[in-house]
Design a protein around this ligand. Sequence first.
Ligand SMILES: C[S@@+](CC[C@H](N)C(=O)[O-])C[C@H]1O[C@@H](n2cnc3c(N)ncnc32)[C@H](O)[C@@H]1O
Length: 254
Amino acid sequence: MPSQSENTLQGNAIPWEDWEQASEFIGHDPCHAHIGGEAFSEKIAKDVKTPVLDIGCGWGGLIAKLPEGKVVGVDISEYSIKKAKEHVNRSDVTLIESDILNLDSSKIGTFATVLSIDVLPLVEKKEEVLQKARSSLQDSGRFIFTDYFAPSSFGSILTPYGGAVPEPEETYREIISQHFDRYNIRDRTDACIAETEEIIEELKANDELEEWIVEKWGQDYYDHTVDLSHRWISALQSGDIKYVLVEASLLNQY
Ligand SMILES: C[S@@+](CC[C@H](N)C(=O)[O-])C[C@H]1O[C@@H](n2cnc3c(N)ncnc32)[C@H](O)[C@@H]1O
């Protein structure tokens, strides 16, 4: 994982490298580091065909639930891959530490399903990841991913990585339709609101969490995190930001 705390401190929530500790505070399982946690992993996994490529597999919680068959998990973070190796004990799973955009596709083959859950919000070159997913798909394969639609002005609200800027819905739909023959979008903003509300409650009620943030980054950063969470939830509630699950597929390969 690139360590970009400087960007983070300019205006964002908990840096990814501290997410393990943060997850403990807010009672989330870092093996399922996405909206909906383990229950959502189960939902996705039961409807997936192998072979599977999981882009940004994190600690491998979703991979552990996938049906038997070839699975490749790729993550840019050395620590995540180490944790995934501890967590996933299957001989049909290969775990690779790499930026997905630097991975030589010819070495991993093509897949019936490409997954990428809560990774695109962190990625600066979204369209390139979409292209990579497309070129990794078999005929009639499916790319299942999550991301946010948001006016570009929300930039830094979304991610610890300063460079990743969200796309407005119309632009994002256009990008998807340039690379895939069909796609389907499910709005999961309600789930995102529920989880963000939980986090705000923890921020308000958990003195230890407050102390941890203040000790690590200072009072201003804590105040900023609280303020950011409020702006974030208002934007979700007003519909300015949407959290979506996208399923995109091809009629034919390139
Ligand atoms: C929010 S976590 C989600 C992890 C996992 N998909 C899950 O749902 O539990 C985002 C993950 O994306 C990884 N990631 C971010 N940019 C990446 C990239 N360019 N290539 C591969 N992995 C990336 C991060 O290291 C992190 O493990």
